[in-house]
Design a protein around this ligand. Structure first.
Ligand code: ZN
Length: 332
């Protein structure tokens, strides 16, 4: 294709996208003014006990709501309900499912905007207006209409559409007593930043004393050293300052051949330490030199973990400052 063809294709594509977006917004606009569901009837009349709970919760001490004598001598001539309770009288009962049926225009609208990726929701505004005070005994009905659907807007939360519903409240005579505009933003959730690969936690540091430093230094050089009494030749592990056989303090080391067999093992599941892989296979290995060493396995499946299995030493450099012996089961 020539550069001109490319430019034409790109411009055709842009025109298509624009047409599609215009059609989508036109479709959105058709929802404005549609009534949602049937008129909802308040489960209870406006009543003093609910007003009392509300006033206690809100800390509202206005006497016209609960003090009958004060209310009668006020401009109201009797008890009235706090205007801001408007929504409370016709709230959907707890546990009653929202109407998500295909015939519900609000469900259809939600589906449409969600199909464009605007799947998150946040309530942004609520405005109530009152035509008159409600009195105990009023029983309300409510009518909900999709008031407006905005064009695509970009906000701090993300790009999406504001959807405003209007609820009108009526008394038994069909007179409007108040209304409420409720606005939400249906928006496209911001793309999550890919998490940086977590730095692997370091294995817990051993407490290296003067008596065992040689053992860790040997591992740094890839060698598993075994302490040997310089007087009677008895091997000992873990390392210590004195021979348990002849009580000599003189010692040297030999290097383990690196072979061995599993004397016993455990598989640790909990508690989990971030630097260690789980299930954590721990083996007690008989070395042919005559001592036993506790270590983790490497490249060993749970099925291979058997008492008596032959193992091979693998010294691993866990990090710059720590090398440890591991054992790998070798199939004979
Ligand atoms: Zn000794």
């Amino acid at each position: 294709m020539s550069a001109t063809d490319d430019a034409q294709a790109a411009s055709a594509q842009a025109a298509n996208a624009q047409a599609e977006s215009a059609a989508y917004f036109e479709q959105l606009r058709t929802f404005a003014g549609l009534e949602i569901g049937v008129q909802a009837l308040a489960p209870d009349e406006v009543n003093v006990p609910m007003v009392r709970h509300w006033c206690e919760a809100m800390g509202d001490t206005n006497p016209v709501y609960l003090d009958r004598a004060a209310a009668e001598s006020s401009v109201h001539g009797g008890l009235v309900a706090p205007p801001t309770m408007l929504q409370a009288w016709v709230m959907r009962p707890f546990g009653e499912a929202r109407d998500e049926s295909d015939t519900n225009p609000y469900a259809q609208l939600t589906k449409l905007v969600e199909s464009k990726g605007f799947t998150s929701v946040v309530a942004t505004n609520c405005e109530q207006s009152y035509d008159r005070y409600l009195r105990p005994g009023d029983r309300l009905t409510m009518r909900t209409v999709i008031d407006a659907v905005s064009e695509e807007k970009t906000t701090g939360l993300g790009t999406g559409h504001f959807i405003t519903t209007r609820q009108d409240y009526f008394d038994a005579a069909g007179e409007r007593v108040g209304s409420m505009l409720f606005r939400i933003l249906k928006f496209r959730p911001a793309a999550k930043k890919p998490a940086a690969p977590a730095a692997r936690a370091m294995r817990p540091r051993p407490s290296v004393t003067h008596d065992i430093a040689f053992w860790f230094e040997g591992l740094q050089q890839g060698k598993l050293l075994i302490q040997r009494c310089a007087d009677c030749g008895t091997l000992r592990h873990p390392a210590g300052p004195m021979c348990r056989n002849c009580h000599s303090l003189a010692w040297d080391t030999i290097e383990a051949s690196g072979t061995g067999t599993i004397h016993s093992f455990v598989v640790v599941h909990y508690p989990q330490i971030p630097s260690i892989d789980y299930p954590n296979q721990v083996v007690l290995v008989d070395l042919p030199e005559g001592i036993r060493v506790v270590a983790n396995t490497v490249d060993t499946t749970p099925e291979q973990l058997q008492i008596g299995a032959a193992v091979q030493l693998v010294v691993q450099h866990c990090d710059d400052a720590l090398s440890l012996p591991f054992f790998k089961v070798v199939n004979s």
